[in-house]
Every structure is written in structure tokens, then in C-alpha cells.
Design a protein around this ligand. Structure first.
Ligand SMILES: NC(=O)c1ccc[n+]([C@@H]2O[C@H](COP(=O)([O-])OP(=O)(O)OC[C@H]3O[C@@H](n4cnc5c(N)ncnc54)[C@H](OP(=O)(O)O)[C@@H]3O)[C@@H](O)[C@H]2O)c1
Length: 396
């Protein structure tokens, strides 16, 4: 098993065409040290897990592209590695092949996603692998993108390269679940995260909510933000909490999004400070033009929609390239987002404390259900402790 400690996190550097690329090989070597000798996975599984670790270094930076890592192995030795750092930059296979140089000839390449077969912003990776003369390619999962969808694998096989598909497939699918969802549904993948007390409250009756959970749980949330392209809250949460919504140094900062129909928002708020991270406010046409002007002068983007719904906002974010969107709102907007099909995954942090209060807010507002048989049952549910709190995850 790989240790859960992310000892490999690097800041992302984007390379110019004329810059010498770094040798990444040390990463996979370190990764190999992380496997338990008592329960060793197969060599292919180890290599694929290292690819996933490599890929995850670019978490939050690749949208609308997937996270991909690649490793080149020559006679049991890692001779090249790379990951896709950002849309528009070369793909993982290209970095790994450049890293390996001549040692790629006759080698085995591991990659967590099927090599592409089409000309996008960069040429096809399947061609690069063929030209490099590799002998075998081990693929984690087929690319669901209809422009690829098995054609990359077919092209490699047609060139006489042995291709193995599906090593560590479940882990590969999970890493890129937002990419897969976006491709298949033409919508960003929505994650609803909330923190509640054991008696199901997300704030006291006064609206005060700092803090429901421990610093360990909040640190997990900062990491989660770093992995998402946008984070959304409603007007009430701005008024009550005045949140910053950044990753607090845990990586990339998501686009911060406020949905407010009234635009009755404070003139001073942490979200209006856009030097650290950008902010968009979605509102309805013609609302509070004085505040709109003030926000725009501060660098906040204001977008007026005729119908301010979670669905419309998700469409807009999709058009901007967002892959994963984190809903960190209160129960009112959370219910609207669930009702609009804008939430695919739930992360519920549960703190072992009781706040009480008959009118204290709960994580999900009115869904219109009257019978318990109508309750939305989560699938693929997992849970773990985080500090003194619990984190329950599942899919709608
Ligand atoms: N513990 C947690 O995880 C957590 C997380 C977030 C918030 N909270 C707490 O939750 C409380 C606020 O909860 P809330 O439910 O009132 O706030 P909310 O869901 O964040 O915001 C509701 C607001 O969203 C705006 N909105 C825009 N379009 C909407 C639509 N289509 N449907 C519904 N709302 C829309 C409206 O803002 P306008 O009124 O401006 O038009 C509405 O009043 C606060 O006490 C906060 O501290 C706790």
C-alpha cells in the first residue's frame, strides 16, 4: 500500500518550448519505496499507482483535461517519467518519453489513461509512442472522450505494440471521475461538502458556524478546494460567514463563485479581494447596479442571468472549462443544487458535538419529499475519521 502522506507534492512549473525539461525519474523511485513489503502489489500495479501519484501532482491545474502520469521502464528500471501539468501543455507520455530519451526504445510505458489518438492542442500521444519504438504499453483505463475511446489503443496495437488495459482501473477511474463525468454529460462534476454537528446542524440558530469541525477536517477541505476548479456559496453564507474560500496554501485556488438573487451583499467581504483568487458573482438581470459597479471596480466579475439556477451556473462554468465544482453553500442553495442535478458526490463531515436549536440550519433544505421512501440513497459510501470528526462520502 502507498502511504497516504503526500510527500511528493511539487508546485507546478510550466515549461517554455526552449527550456530544458527536468528529469522526473526520482519521483517514481521514491514512490517505489512506499509499498509495503508485507503486501506487495504486482510490478504493473506498483507502476500504475506511481503513475497516479505523478498525475495527482497537477490536481486542480489540468481542467478541462484529465490528470495523467506516465512512466517508462526498461528492463525493470524506471528510465523516464512525466505528468500532464496543464491544458495546452504536452501530455504525460511526451514528458516521460523526453525524459527517457533513447532508453524508450524497446521499453514498457505505463500510463493511467489511454494515450490520445487525435490532434488537439498537442499531437497524438499514440504516434509519439510508436515513433519512440516502445515495445509495450500498460494502460489504466480507456479514455471516455469520443475522440479517443479505444482508438489510441487500436493505433498502438496496429503498430505491433503490445497493449495491456485495465491495471488499477478503479483507482484510475476515481482519480479522473470529474473528467469522465464532464466528458459523458457535458456538465462539471458537482461535489456538495458540508460540516455538521452530530445532531445535524451546520450552524447555531444565530447562523454562527465557526467552527463546526476540527482543524484536521478543515485541512482536508483546503485540499479539496485545491483539487476543484470552482467553489460556490449562496448570498446568505457571504453575509453570515464572510469566508475566504481559498486552499490556504494547499495548492491551486479555485474560482470563487457567489450566487445571489437579491445582490443584497456587503460592500466589504473577503471574497471581493481578488488578488489571491478570482471571484464571480452570479445574480439576476438588473439587480442592485450600484453594488455591481463597485464589485466590478474591485476586479470581481458580475454575471447577470435571466434565471439564476444552479443548472444555469453549472452550464456557464462548463463553458469556461470547469471540470469539478464544489458546493460549499448552506442548506437552501444545497437543496436547489441537488434538485437541479448539479450534485453528484457528497462529502459530509460530522463533528461529535451537539448544538441543538429547533431552527438551526441543516445541510440540505427543502427537497419537496414527504415520505422517507423518497430519500435519496447514496451509493458507493465510504467513511473515515479525520481528527475527532468523521467524513462520510458517497455518490448520488
Ligand atoms: N457548516 C457548513 O458546512 C456550512 C456551509 C455553508 C454555510 N453554512 C451556514 O449556513 C447558513 C446559511 O445557509 P443558507 O441555506 O441560508 O445559505 P446558502 O444556501 O449558502 O445561501 C442561500 C442564498 O443563496 C442565494 N441563491 C441564489 N440563487 C439561488 C437559488 N436558485 N436557490 C436558492 N438560493 C439561491 C440566495 O441569496 P440572496 O439572498 O443573496 O439572494 C439565497 O438566500 C449560515 O449560517 C452559514 O454559516 C454552514
Amino acid at each position: 500500500m502507498l502511504s497516504e502522506t503526500n510527500v511528493f507534492s511539487k508546485s507546478i512549473k510550466i515549461y517554455r518550448d526552449d527550456e530544458v525539461l527536468p528529469n522526473f525519474c526520482t519521483f517514481a523511485a521514491k514512490c517505489m519505496d512506499q509499498f509495503s513489503p508485507a503486501d506487495p502489489p504486482s510490478f504493473d500495479q506498483k507502476m500504475m499507482q506511481c503513475c497516479l501519484r505523478l498525475a495527482r501532482q497537477a490536481q486542480g491545474y489540468t481542467a478541462p483535461n484529465p490528470m495523467v502520469g506516465a512512466i517508462v521502464v526498461q528492463e525493470g528500471t524506471i528510465v523516464g517519467e512525466g505528468f500532464h501539468p496543464k491544458a495546452g501543455e504536452p501530455h504525460a507520455e511526451v514528458f516521460a518519453l523526453r525524459d527517457a530519451g533513447d532508453r524508450a526504445r524497446g521499453a514498457t510505458v505505463y500510463v493511467n489513461l489511454e494515450p490520445c489518438s487525435h490532434y488537439g492542442r498537442t499531437p497524438p500521444c499514440a504516434n509519439a509512442l510508436i515513433e519512440a519504438g516502445v515495445r509495450k504499453v500498460v494502460v489504466g483505463m480507456v479514455d471516455p472522450n469520443p475522440k479517443v475511446a479505444g482508438q489510441g489503443i487500436d493505433r498502438l496495437r496496429s503498430a505491433g505494440i503490445e497493449v495491456v488495459v485495465g491495471v488499477e482501473e478503479a483507482a484510475c477511474q476515481q482519480l479522473n471521475e470529474a473528467f469522465v463525468y464532464r466528458i459523458l454529460h457535458q456538465r462539471p462534476f458537482g461535489i456538495l461538502k458540508y460540516a455538521m454537528t452530530l445532531d445535524g446542524k451546520i450552524a447555531a440558530t444565530t447562523g454562527h458556524s465557526a467552527w463546526v469541525t476540527s482543524s484536521e477536517a478543515r485541512s482536508v477541505v483546503h485540499n479539496l478546494r485545491a483539487s476543484c476548479d470552482a467553489v460556490i456559496i449562496g448570498g446568505n453564507t457571504v453575509r453570515q460567514d464572510n469566508p475566504l474560500l481559498t486552499s490556504h496554501g494547499h495548492g491551486h485556488n479555485p474560482l470563487r463563485v457567489v450566487m445571489s438573487r437579491s445582490l443584497d451583499l456587503p460592500t466589504e467581504a473577503k471574497l471581493w479581494q481578488t488578488s489571491e483568487a478570482p471571484t464571480i458573482v452570479f445574480t439576476e438581470v438588473g439587480t442592485n447596479s450600484a453594488l455591481q459597479n463597485q464589485l466590478r471596480q474591485q476586479g470581481v466579475e458580475v454575471i447577470e442571468l435571466t434565471a439564476l439556477t444552479p443548472s444555469e451556473v453549472m452550464t456557464h462554468l462548463y463553458d469556461r472549462g470547469a471540470m469539478s465544482v464544489l458546493w460549499e453553500c448552506g442548506g437552501t442553495l444545497a437543496a436547489a443544487a441537488i434538485g437541479n442535478g448539479a450534485v453528484q458526490k457528497i462529502l459530509a463531515f460530522i463533528a461529535p458535538k451537539i448544538i441543538g436549536g429547533a431552527t438551526a440550519p441543516s445541510p440540505v433544505g427543502e427537497l419537496g419529499f414527504t415520505q422517507m421512501t423518497q430519500a435519496l440513497a447514496l451509493e458507493r459510501v465510504t467513511w473515515r475519521s479525520v481528527g475527532v470528526d468523521w467524513l462520510v462520502e458517497g455518490y448520488l
